[in-house]
Design a protein around this ligand. Structure first.
Ligand SMILES: Cc1ncc(COP(=O)(O)O)c(C=O)c1O
Length: 385
């Protein structure tokens, strides 16, 4: 489906009647590994256009393609390529931009496995990464070397929700001839469109908000035709971490409600973040939507809204905070986020006595979520006394 200037909600919901598939209202799942041809000539033609034709599902599949076109339109990019997981998309995007011996700059708060891939795995190709405080343009600039070929961003980051100045990073990358990649999972294209700010490639864990129902693991890379064609021919086809048609169909379904879900998540997150800010035992609420947050003004420049994954910091002892987390009823303890259900995880802040509680605010009624937190905080206050 081409992006015809439709607004996001319409883009997600409206399909044209194209006269195909008996008018089926949802796009069918092409559950087949290969495609067959009426003649050798047709088969040979398809082989010549391996990336664009339907020959074998590792190369292309109509259900996956529909999803890719929808995501490309949402991100206002030319093309998208889906993968079996966010990490498959991230590692493929990174590999597509660097060669043996190159140097990469990455935000030090980026998702853990991304950091491991960059900092450890790529060493065997003599590709070294410098991790920097992404909120400091000075730190990013200072890290640049003559062989820097990639600046990897994640804005906001997913534990402390720190932002990078995307425009400034893009300008600097262009100056030194490096590419930029950004992990846009937290904001989704509903609330941030990095390609419109000049970023080269956007990656997502579609497992999160895009899927939205905690029932699929998937990823995507979005960018211009040249960069995605390169990924199609190499990392996608050769490493083979493709998205299955079944999972593509689950994503197409989940994304129907992405825009309205994000509106609701944002509303609830504001309410909960403001509530957290008033708690005397909380020293810091990490949510860029709060006017008091140090990244708020930058957020207003480059984002249209806010996701509902946030965290708070407290200097109460770990055991006490653990007891509080255990007493929560509305929040289930678990990794990931972006589904309908509220989630919580507990972290120790590196080299400090600070505990970080990460909350994912789901789609339950916000009053129930707040009541649950209130009850848990009572436990905590009692423990403290
Ligand atoms: C910010 C972020 N990026 C990427 C990923 C990786 O995605 P996946 O688990 O789909 O491979 C995650 C997963 O938690 C994440 O939180």
């Amino acid at each position: 489906m081409e992006h015809r200037g439709l607004l996001d909600n319409t883009l997600l919901v409206h399909d044209e009647h194209d006269g195909q598939h008996q008018g089926a209202v949802t796009f069918p799942i092409y559950q087949n590994s290969l495609f067959t041809f009426a003649s050798v000539e047709d088969y040979e033609k398809a082989r010549e256009q391996l990336v664009d034709s339907y020959l074998y599902t590792r190369g292309n599949n109509p259900t996956v393609k529909i999803l890719e076109e929808r995501i490309a339109a949402l991100e206002q990019g030319e093309q998208a390529r889906c993968f079996a997981s966010g990490m498959a998309a991230i590692s493929s995007a990174i590999l597509s931009t660097v060669q043996y011996g190159d140097h990469i700059i990455c935000v030090d708060q980026a998702y853990g496995p991304t950091r491991e891939f960059l900092g450890e795995y790529l060493k065997k190709f003599n590709i070294l990464t410098t991790f920097v405080n992404g909120s400091s343009m000075e730190a990013i600039k200072d890290a640049a070397l003559p062989n820097t070929k990639l600046i990897y961003l994640e804005s906001p980051t997913s534990l402390l929700f720190e932002l990078q100045d995307i425009h400034a990073c893009v300008d600097f990358a262009k100056e030194i001839g490096a590419k930029t990649i950004i992990d846009n999972s937290w904001s989704t294209p509903i609330f941030q469109k990095p390609l419109t700010m000049g970023v080269d490639l956007v990656v997502h864990s579609l497992t999160k908000y895009m899927g939205g129902h905690s029932d699929v693991v998937a990823g995507v890379v979005v960018g211009n035709k040249e960069l995605i064609t390169n990924i199609n021919k190499n990392e996608h086809l050769l490493l083979g971490g493709i998205l299955s048609p079944q999972n593509a169909s689950l994503l197409l379904r989940g994304m129907r409600t992405l825009a309205i879900r994000m509106e609701q998540h944002q509303k609830s997150a504001f309410e909960i973040a403001s509530f957290l800010e008033k708690q005397p035992f909380i020293q810091k609420v990490n949510f860029p939507g709060l006017p008091s947050n140090p990244f708020h003004s930058l957020a207003l420049k480059q984002m249209f809204g806010f996701g509902s994954l946030l965290s708070f910091e407290t200097d109460l002892p770990y055991e006490v905070v653990k007891e509080m987390v255990n007493s929560l009823k509305m929040f289930r303890i678990g990794v990931s986020w972006g589904g309908y259900e509220s989630l919580v995880t507990l972290h120790r802040k590196n080299d400090t006595n600070i505990q970080v509680v990460r909350l994912y605010i789901g789609l339950e009624n916000v009053e129930d979520i707040k009541a649950d937190l209130k009850a848990a905080f009572e436990v905590l206050t009692k423990e403290k006394v």
